[in-house]
Design a binder for this molecule. Structure first.
Ligand SMILES: NC(=O)c1ccc[n+]([C@@H]2O[C@H](COP(=O)([O-])OP(=O)(O)OC[C@H]3O[C@@H](n4cnc5c(N)ncnc54)[C@H](O)[C@@H]3O)[C@@H](O)[C@H]2O)c1
Length: 245
C-alpha cells in the first residue's frame, strides 16, 4: 500500500475525479476525508469506502467559505490526526464562455471555487506540514491551465492561476519536504462535462478517446506518494496527447 495510514483530504470528492481519487486513496491505505458541498454524495462515497474495509468520513464543505475550510481541517485532525495529503480537486466549469459573455459575478464565482479555495485550503494545512517536515498537496488544474481554448475565459484564467500558485508554493515550501504539484487533465468523462461531451471531438486527441476517472486517480496517488518525493512545482498533463500539437 502506497499511502498506508496517510491522512488525506480530497475536496469535491462526492463526484467525478474526486470520488475516484477518494476510493483509490483508501485502497492504498489512506484515511480519507471526503469533503464536498454535496454532503449526501460525500456520505455515500465514504460509506462505499468503509464497506470495503477502508477508512473514510464525509465532511460538508463549501470551499468558498473560510470557516468551512478551517472546520474541515479541524474535523480531520480530530478523526484521523494531522493532514498528510491535500487534494484540491473541487472545481466548476464555464462551458467555454467567452470573456464578453462572462459577468463579473460568474468570473468571481469561478475564481473563488477554482483558485481562491486552493490558496485558502493550502494555507490551512501548510503550518502542520512545515512543522512535521512532510506532506503533499495535489492541485487538480487542467489542460486549460496550459493553453487557450480548452475552457472559457474565467476557467482558463483560474486554471492558469492554479498552476502558477502551485509553482510559487513549491518554491517556498519544498525545502520542508512538502511535495506540491498540479495535474492537468484533458477531457475526462465526469458529470462536470457531461453536457458538453457530445459536442467535443475526439479527433484532436492523439489517443482518440477521453480519459477515465481512475487514470487521473492513479496519477494523484503517485504524486501523493513517496515515489514522487523529488517532484516539485510540476504541472503533469494526463490528456491522451491533447496538448502536444
Ligand atoms: N472532467 C474534466 O474533463 C476535467 C478536465 C480538467 C480538469 N478538471 C477539473 O477536475 C476537477 C474535478 O472535476 P470533475 O470533472 O470531477 O467534476 P464533478 O462536477 O464531477 O465534481 C466536482 C465536485 O466538486 C464539488 N463542488 C463544487 N463546488 C463546490 C464547492 N463550492 N465546495 C465544495 N465542493 C464543491 C461538487 O459538488 C462535485 O462533487 C475540477 O477542478 C475540474 O475543473 C475536469
Amino acid at each position: 500500500m502506497r499511502l498506508k495510514n496517510k491522512v488525506a483530504i480530497i475536496t469535491g470528492a462526492a463526484s467525478g475525479m474526486g470520488q475516484g481519487e477518494a476510493i483509490r486513496f483508501a485502497k492504498e491505505g489512506a484515511k480519507v476525508v471526503v469533503a464536498d458541498l454535496n454532503l449526501e454524495g460525500a456520505q455515500s462515497v465514504a460509506e462505499e469506502i468503509n464497506a470495503f474495509g477502508g477508512q473514510a468520513i464525509a465532511v460538508s464543505v463549501n470551499v468558498m467559505k473560510t470557516e468551512d475550510i478551517l472546520n474541515c481541517v479541524k474535523e480531520t485532525e480530530e478523526a484521523f490526526g494531522p493532514v498528510d495529503i491535500l487534494v484540491n480537486n473541487a472545481g466548476v466549469f464555464d462551458k467555454y464562455q467567452k470573456s464578453l459573455d462572462t459577468t463579473l459575478d460568474q468570473w468571481s464565482f469561478l475564481v473563488n471555487i477554482n483558485l481562491t479555495s486552493v490558496f485558502e485550503f493550502s494555507n490551512a494545512v501548510l503550518p502542520s506540514m512545515i512543522e512535521r517536515k512532510t506532506g503533499a498537496i495535489v492541485n487538480i488544474a487542467s489542460v486549460a491551465g496550459l493553453v487557450a481554448g480548452k475552457g472559457g475565459a474565467a476557467y482558463t484564467a483560474t486554471k492558469h492561476g492554479v498552476i502558477g500558485y502551485t509553482k510559487h508554493l513549491s518554491s517556498e515550501y519544498a525545502q520542508y519536504g512538502i511535495k506540491i504539484n498540479a495535474i492537468c487533465p484533458g477531457t475526462i468523462e465526469t458529470p462536470l462535462v457531461k453536457d458538453v461531451l457530445a459536442g467535443i471531438s475526439k479527433e484532436p486527441v492523439p489517443a482518440r478517446r477521453f480519459g477515465q476517472v481512475e487514470e487521473v486517480a492513479d496519477l494523484a496517488v503517485f504524486l501523493a506518494s513517496e515515489e514522487a518525493k523529488f517532484m516539485s512545482g510540476t504541472a503533469v498533463t494526463i490528456d491522451g496527447g491533447f496538448t502536444i500539437q
